[in-house]
Design a protein around this ligand. Structure first.
Ligand code: CMP
Length: 151
């Protein structure tokens, strides 16, 4: 790539840079897949801005998944994410909200594409390795539950 194109590419990458919130679910910690997932995220080019092992409380889980309150899977989801330590993270990269969600794959392991994190590693729709915020606004809100910051 010549110098002009390289500069243009760098400018595009900088201008689209954003941060998002994600966490590795308890199944990932229990199944010793933390290293594998972090490695995939690094290889993809995402930058870790914050990274923290944390035990989610019931209050935090209910707040995080408030939008799903009343749905049949809500209790199982809260029970799962509070069942053991998780790895909280703030990631940075170009269009990271959308790019990360694509890289993670579909919620249901049965429909997640091979090559995506969930397609390769998830156990069930609840124990599906990783959660990532679906918008810049939700990243801000969800990270604040854990005193993290995506701004
Ligand atoms: P996550 O990205 O953490 O966001 C909400 C979670 O609800 C989702 O991943 C799944 O783990 C869980 N879940 C369980 N059952 C369902 C379902 N039928 N539809 C959507 N999400 C579900």
């Amino acid at each position: 790539m010549d110098g002009v194109l390289r500069k243009e590419r760098e400018r595009t990458l900088t201008e689209t840079s954003q941060r998002t919130f994600a966490f590795l679910k308890p199944d990932t910690v229990k199944n010793h897949l933390v290293g594998e997932v972090l490695h995939r995220l690094e290889k993809k080019g995402f930058t870790f801005k914050q990274l923290k092992l944390h035990q989610i409380t019931h209050k935090e889980a209910e707040s995080l998944y408030n939008v799903h309150k009343g749905k049949p899977f809500f209790q199982e989801l809260v029970d799962h994410v509070t069942s053991g330590p998780v790895v909280l993270m703030v990631l940075q990269g170009p269009n990271v909200v959308e790019t990360l969600r694509k890289f993670i794959g579909a919620t249901n392991p049965l429909t997640a594409e091979p090559g995506t994190i969930r397609g390769d590693l998830s156990v069930s729709i609840t124990a599906n390795v990783i959660h990532a915020s679906d918008s810049v606004e939700n990243a801000k809100m969800e990270s604040s539950i854990f005193s993290l910051d995506t701004s």
